[in-house]
Design a protein around this ligand. Structure first.
Ligand SMILES: Cc1cc2nc3c(=O)[nH]c(=O)nc-3n(C[C@H](O)[C@H](O)[C@H](O)COP(=O)(O)OP(=O)(O)OC[C@H]3O[C@@H](n4cnc5c(N)ncnc54)[C@H](O)[C@@H]3O)c2cc1C
Length: 323
């Protein structure tokens, strides 16, 4: 069930077992899995549009996510939406590592390349349709309700003012800069990221073997992953020493970087279908994932290096472990 920003103070249903801040991958997965166990869940999302999605991601989802996607019942929908099994070739200083043919025997779990514009609305809609979950869009967590040293709810800003929502457990699934972690005063260990990153989506970008390509250039990195609807995401993660030159001309520097890759994909004949976006400072966080009345999952608990593309799988798995 979805309630939009029109939900305001005084509405019934402020009494939940669990309130979750953030309806991305971790929050939506946790909401579904908890509600299936009979838990009453308020799933709060600061953005008003239920189709909203995380833009800054290359959405190559590791195989450890497969059992969770399966349990959520999303695998058939992902296949139908055109999610691509994420086989890849890897360039290293010793040459290319090619994927082996599958071993005989039962099929192993595999990951997917699927755009967040496909995945995020899908999982959020599944959460909203799950009996026991109330999806409250346009609800930004702005504080915590605390009694006797324990968190017992959240305060949320809506278009109609602030409301208080009480619950037995507050889950912070609100990403790297987690509001729940901040308001609870949970410290983060922070690690510098020595790379920056830019990405864009392209059509008509053939890749050798028709599969993903990953370039380990030590220290620079690049990726090309085929996704749903014939779209390929191209990303570069260069060493920060290249940043001044990149900043001066992000588009030109991106294209030059791609053209110089071993077995470079033909970027000049491809059609770019999104803007170039990037992040020039992406420190990594690690937080203690519990406090009285609070649990953190996904990026809120641990923000890994985007280099390895493990964040989506971690978001889904940590939600399952918590449930
Ligand atoms: C450049 C880059 C490339 C990446 N590529 C990959 C990749 O290829 N593969 C991979 O697995 N991972 C990748 N990642 C990591 C991945 O994007 C994250 O790990 C993943 O999105 C984390 O999911 P999450 O649900 O924890 O958080 P998020 O997806 O960030 O979701 C958090 C949600 O909380 C909401 N929210 C935030 N604050 C509040 C608030 N105060 N109140 C209510 N709601 C709130 C947000 O609107 C959002 O919906 C990449 C990251 C970057 C930066």
């Amino acid at each position: 069930m979805t309630k939009s920003e029109s939900s305001g103070p005084g509405d019934a249903g402020h009494d939940y077992d669990v309130v979750i801040s953030g309806s991305g991958l971790a929050g939506s997965a946790a909401a579904i899995l908890l509600a299936r166990r009979g838990v009453r869940v308020a799933l709060l999302e600061r953005r008003s549009d239920p189709e909203a999605y995380k833009v800054l991601c290359t959405h190559s989802i590791t195989a450890n996510a497969h059992p969770v996607l399966d349990e959520l019942g999303l695998v058939p929908d992902l296949e139908k939406a055109g999610a691509v099994r994420n086989d890849a070739r890897w360039y290293t200083r010793w040459g290319w590592i090619e994927p082996n043919a599958a071993h005989p025997g039962p099929e192993l779990p595999h990951g997917y390349n699927v755009r967040r514009s496909t995945l995020d609305p899908l999982i959020r809609a599944r959460a909203a349709d799950t009996p026991g979950v109330e999806l409250l869009t346009g609800h930004r967590v702005t504080g915590l309700v605390q009694e006797a040293g324990r968190t017992v709810g959240v305060r949320a800003a809506t278009s109609r003012g602030e409301r208080e929502i009480r619950a037995r457990l507050v889950i912070g699934a609100d990403g790297k800069d987690s509001a729940v972690a901040k308001f609870a005063g949970i410290p983060a260990e922070q690690y510098e990221n020595a790379r920056f990153g830019y990405l864009a989506h392209f059509r008509d970008l053939p890749l050798r073997g028709g599969i993903g390509q990953t370039w380990f250039l030590e220290p620079d990195m690049a990726y090309a992953f085929p996704n749903d609807d014939g779209v390929t995401v191209l990303a570069v993660l260069p060493d920060k020493k290249r940043l001044p030159a990149f900043r001066a001309d992000p588009e030109g520097s991106f294209l030059d970087f791609v053209r110089a890759l071993p077995e470079a994909p033909p970027v000049d004949s491809a059609e770019r279908v999104t803007k170039f976006i990037g992040t020039v400072d992406y420190p990594l966080h690690s937080r203690r994932p519990t406090a009285p009345g609070i649990a953190l999952i996904g990026d809120a608990a641990l923000t890994g290096d985007p280099l390895w593309g493990v964040g989506c799988g971690w978001a889904l798995q940590s939600a399952k472990w918590l449930a």
